[in-house]
Write a protein that binds this ligand. Structure first.
Ligand code: CTP
Ligand code: MG
Length: 248
């Protein structure tokens, strides 16, 4: 790893989309990434969001372990912008395993990798491009993030369901809610996945554990994660607003 910024103008950028989760918090039904928003599966929205960037030439979809064939036929069925190749691979039991399985099939030519949750189907292309540009300008790890609306309390969790004592209140102005796509130098991301163990909820935290600097760029309110049933309502409202404003 060099300390001087490296210009990666000739780099190939790929996006890995972990889409293998069940979506337990969304409730019973199909795996979350296959649930539809305005008739189109969430993971297709997510693939289109990545392919919308002119810099992204390959998208790797990490499908539910028993659903790779179904996902591959969905990718064929729904129209995607030309010039972007899509690969589908089966995922694993955890998000980390799924991302690692996606990284494993990247061709050697790929130097910049985005990792993007299928559960964030509506991220605008401006956010995708901002992440890619920051990596190409020399940052090894980049996350989009937004300020918090809520005050956050650290608590002492009580598995018995009793009232949880508050331990601390971090200063809200210094906190950010982190989104995806997160962008990485390919070698760094591969090293993080090869060496860091333990439960993590994003890829950047694995890079942090290697002691490498992660930087933040502005995220977007439309890059929210579809997690609970109300998020489906919000996502369809965003699509309706886009249709009203732009005719699509
Ligand atoms: N993911 C994955 N493989 C897993 C678990 C999660 O690829 N074994 C993906 C999900 O498909 C999702 C992203 O990681 O796109 C973020 O995870 P999350 O929002 O937690 O989705 P789920 O794990 O599916 O939802 P839940 O935690 O409610 O079950
Ligand atoms: Mg999950």
């Amino acid at each position: 790893m060099s300390d001087t910024p490296v210009q990666r103008d000739t780099s190939t950028t790929a996006a890995v989309i972990p889409a293998a989760g069940r979506g337990v918090r969304l409730g019973p039904g199909a795996p979350k990434a296959l649930r539809t928003l305005n008739g189109t599966p969430m993971l297709i929205h997510a693939v289109r969001a990545m392919a919308a960037s002119r810099s992204v030439s390959l998208v790797v979809v990490v499908a539910p372990p028993d659903g790779a064939a179904e996902v591959a036929s969905l990718v064929d069925e729904f129209q995607l912008p030309t010039g972007t190749e899509v690969l589908v691979v089966p995922g694993g039991e955890t998000r980390q395993q799924s991302v690692a399985l996606g990284i494993a099939v990247l061709p050697a030519s790929v130097t910049t990798v985005l990792v993007h949750d299928a559960a964030r189907p509506l991220v605008p292309v401006e956010t995708v491009d901002a992440v890619i540009e920051t990596v190409r300008n020399g940052a090894a790890a980049v996350v989009p993030a937004v300020p918090l609306a809520d005050t956050v309390k650290q608590v002492d969790p009580r598995p018995d369901g009793g009232p949880e004592p508050v331990v601390a209140t971090p200063e809200r102005a210094r906190l950010r809610a982190v989104q995806t796509p997160q962008g990485f130098d390919r070698e760094l991301l591969a090293r993080a996945h090869a060496t860091v163990t333990g439960d993590v909820t994003d890829d950047a935290s694995m890079v942090e554990q290697l002691g490498v600097q992660v930087v933040v760029v502005p995220g977007h309110e439309e890059a929210f994660k579809v997690t609970r049933p109300l998020d489906l309502v919000l996502a369809e409202a965003v699509l309706a607003r886009r249709r009203a404003n732009h005719g699509f």
